[in-house]
Design a binder for this molecule. Sequence first.
Ligand code: FE
Length: 162
Amino acid sequence: MAYFESLPYGIADFTTQVEPDDDRLWVPQAENVWFRPLHLNRTSGQWVNLLKVRKSGVLSRHRHPAPVHGYVIRGSWRYLEHDWVATPGSYVFEPPGDVHTLVCDEGVEEMITLFHISGALIYLDENLETVGYDDVHKKIEMCMEHFEKVGLGASYVEQFIR
Ligand code: FE
């Protein structure tokens, strides 16, 4: 048997509609902030989601213990600590340890960005003290609660879990 035929993975994942028709797939994360799960990996601690923001101002200051990749689909945003602005089509790489504060500027009605996150977001206050965190397990919990509440059922999340 050829090497590739012996791999145990089965068919590759494929999502036709990354931006869903059904708004119930957007899980609330904060006021006017939602995420849409695509891949929640309990084994590697990584997850892939869309982040949607419909407000301007500071969203969060945080750092990651592991790399993050982002691809902007709509709207624009930036980090206070850096001098670039991410716009549709931008690729963003966040190296481990980088502290950044996500800001959406006035006039941006909506931003949607696909993020691939490894490990965690560690939320920080102005003094860079840890005030909270997000990891894939919290994301799964949030999805279960939300999907139950909107009538999809808590188990709806299982299709995204790897
Ligand atoms: Fe980040």
